[in-house]
Design a protein around this ligand. Structure first.
Ligand SMILES: Cc1cc2nc3c(=O)[nH]c(=O)nc-3n(C[C@H](O)[C@H](O)[C@H](O)COP(=O)(O)O)c2cc1C
Length: 406
């Protein structure tokens, strides 16, 4: 087992530039949703509170959570959803994040919006409405989804067109960029592993399986004003076997094979890529490591992408399990050239000023995330997600959920 590590946390404070965007430092708040929007798509009270806290972090980049591009793509009825009638709200929220950051003595963060359609995991109005790329027996087991759940090529084309509109809206709202989300087995991610799907969006050819991703990206780029960043958070490894997983060997195992992910990223030529893996619903330990093995998987595979794409700005994910060691893992990742940025997910929920404390070598173990997984449990229990251990509001929500009334 080998992980990057360095006590030289000053490297985290080095500025960085991607295209025309200046990042004050190398720390990132990863996208973290809380199922706390309004049914009409805007951030509700708790979501606003989450961003007030994240703006205190001092991170140079806030990678804003999954925002549905259309109503049927919401993962829950309270997922944020951008549409023509609520851009004023998102504009207000983005301004508020910047103002809060600056008021707290932090740099004005770069803010990137994650654009998503939840596909298989869509639950727009209180019951699941899956839209799948292909049947995946290990997900569906005794509950095989009927053919009408397989998304049609025409529907995919409509979602592709929607990404152009959403890119324009996100830019008008003051976001610095958009993330063409391709991770965690939502529709765009699932299509990358859709070997059994017939037609132009599936099969053995990577060109087909990545058609949707390429079209989304092309449409986002076509709609982006000069200087607006089009980026991506992508699964380089799904952790499920062929013929369903992306980034795995074809021998029926779940061994990683990055040939396709690397070829695709080279082809798409993003200036910045946020690396992720796994499926939070199926193999959450891959997505949100709960053991050293998971952290090692994340960093060793990220290093392979770095070696293959030395000119692409990379964000490494999932350092939180390292707890007290996590600032050193992050510093090591920068110093040993695994990535240019390191993004914290669960830590950002637990510890509002984590980034500036890491940079100043004042990391406080009493505020850190202890990777208890209760934030995920809140999500699964259809409550609002936050830190149950460090943030009393969510301790109370958790206890209510456990008592069966929320
Ligand atoms: C409650 C919760 C919500 C999340 N929401 C998102 C999301 O909206 N988009 C996304 O790409 N990842 C999401 N993630 C994954 C995180 O961004 C991150 O990749 C993961 O937690 C691993 O990083 P960590 O070890 O620093 O927590 C979420 C994770 C949790 C626990």
């Amino acid at each position: 087992m080998s992980l990057p590590s360095s006590k030289n946390v000053k490297v985290l404070n080095q500025p960085f530039k991607v295209e025309n965007h200046h990042f004050a430092n190398r720390l990132v708040v990863q996208p973290m949703e809380g199922a706390d929007g309004k049914r009409t798509g805007e951030a509700d009270e708790l979501a606003i509170r989450r961003y007030d806290r994240m703006a205190q972090s001092g991170a140079g980049l806030i990678w804003f959570e999954a925002v549905a591009v259309q109503a049927d793509g919401r993962a829950n009825p309270f997922q944020l959803w951008m549409h023509e009638d609520n851009t004023d709200h998102f504009k207000w929220l983005v301004e508020r994040i910047r103002e809060t950051a600056v008021k707290n003595g932090n740099p004005n963060p770069v803010i990137i919006m994650q654009a998503t359609h939840s596909g298989r995991y869509s639950r727009p109005v209180d019951k699941p409405e899956p839209m799948i790329a292909a049947n995946v027996p290990i997900y569906e087991k005794e509950n095989v989804l009927p053919p009408e759940r397989i998304v049609s090529d025409d529907t995919l084309k409509k979602i592709e067109a929607r990404y152009g509109d959403i890119t324009k809206m996100a830019a008008d709202c003051g976001f610095d960029g958009i993330d063409v989300k391709a991770c965690h087995r939502y529709i765009n991610g699932e299509l990358l592993g859709a070997f059994p799907r017939p037609g132009p969006y599936g099969g053995e050819s990577l060109e087909n399986r990545s058609r949707f991703y390429r079209n989304l990206t092309q449409n986002a780029r076509g709609a982006a004003k000069p200087g607006f960043l089009v980026t991506t958070r992508v699964n380089i490894y799904d952790g499920i076997p062929y013929p369903h997983g992306f980034g795995v060997e074809k021998d029926g195992s779940i061994e990683s094979n990055l040939t396709e992910p690397i070829a695709l990223l080279k082809d798409l030529n993003f200036s910045m890529v946020n690396i992720s893996m796994g499926n939070p619903y199926f193999n959450p330990h891959v997505n949100r490591p709960m053991a050293l093995e998971g952290v090692e998987r994340m960093y060793s595979l990220t290093k392979k992408v770095r070696e293959a794409l030395p000119g692409t700005a990379l964000v490494a994910s999932a350092p939180t399990f390292m707890r007290r060691e996590s600032p050193y893992l992050a510093a090591g990742a920068i110093e040993e050239n695994y990535s240019d940025f390191v993004g914290f997910g669960r830590m950002a929920f637990a510890y509002p000023t984590f980034a500036k404390d890491m940079i100043n070598d004042q990391f406080d173990g009493k505020q850190m995330c202890v990777t208890c997984a209760k934030c995920s449990e809140l999500m699964r229990g259809h409550s609002n997600a936050g830190c149950v251990v460090r943030d009393k509001l969510y301790t109370d929500l958790y206890l209510k959920m456990k008592a069966g009334h929320h």
